[in-house]
Design a protein around this ligand. Sequence first.
Ligand code: AHM
Ligand code: MG
Length: 360
Amino acid sequence: MATSTKKSPENGQSSAASVPASPVSGNRIVTLDEFIIRAEKDFDYATGELTGLLRDIGVAAKIINREVNKAGLVNIIGVANSGENQSGEMQQKLDVYANEKLIECLKNSGECCAIASEENEDIIQVPPIGSKASNYVVMFDPLDGSSNIDVNVSVGTIFAIYRRKSDPSGPATKEDFLQAGTKQVAAGYVLYGTSTLLVYTTGRGVNGFTLDPSIGEFCLSHRNMRIPENGSTYSVNQGYYSKFDLEMRRYIDNCSDQNYGLRYIGSMVSDIHRILIQGGIFLYPSTRKYPKGKLRLLYECNPLSFIVEQAGGKAMNTQLKRVLEVTPSELHQRSTVAIGSPAMVDELKAFIERYSALPL
Ligand code: AHM
Ligand code: MG
């Protein structure tokens, strides 16, 4: 039976397992919108803003999904060499398109006061609509793994929502975005895969919704997701093996010795989604090219760590610090990361402690 933990907006997170107190019943279809509205009732201080933001992101995800799905058709249905085609926008790179759509959807409703995107150097102010001052900021990676689009491999959108720290009567500031991941009020991802899925958490467990193209709605399909305690696959770009630190090479050797399977899609959302369902560990350690790791703390590591922790998993960087407790100093800060089944993250931790030459 579902449990309820009433919370103020200041402490947007609780321990993992709770689901909305207003349960959704039986086999009937529960849409994302319905689920969000029901869940909102469990927050004492809910004003509808967070609900509105999640709905905006859901709408943008449907638009992005439509374009991603026909990406291979661009050259067929576009007007040859004219620079234009029937949608006008399809010839843009899809990550630029996804970025614009998310910004547009969020600006239209005015439910957030500012946006930060992996695609934009600086924060984007969202002008208030009427007298409504918003309390939230949103950050996202609009199309993660976009280099995979050309070869028809799954890509994803990742997002995180925080309460602003600055005075709501003035413009948002960079400090509103430079908050530790523990301050996330909500986070999620959209996976444009064999089917399109939206998975999100508001700090009270994780739920997933599959897009039913026949009705154009995300429908609850993965209720209260829990990551397996252990797994038998590891996910890392093993091509960089010789560029990894000793402790990481020893851990990978151990994975091989133990006959763990190697699964690496090269789209973080897809790799994390598989691990959430089947168990396993995802790694992006430092390499010679990316000494601080490749992935972005704000747009990739924090939201996916929040989701995995809420599903019962663990997420740390290779300095063994919990990812969500790192206080960012830059919008586009990179981080090393190890995310996944708790037993596997603990096993990696033991290897790092044993083999690391660096003081931890
Ligand atoms: P992107 O945001 O430029 O798409 O880069 C992030 C992606 C992740 O989805 C994926 O895990 C990683 O880059 C793959 O990197 P690599 O090709 O170095 O293994
Ligand atoms: Mg990315």
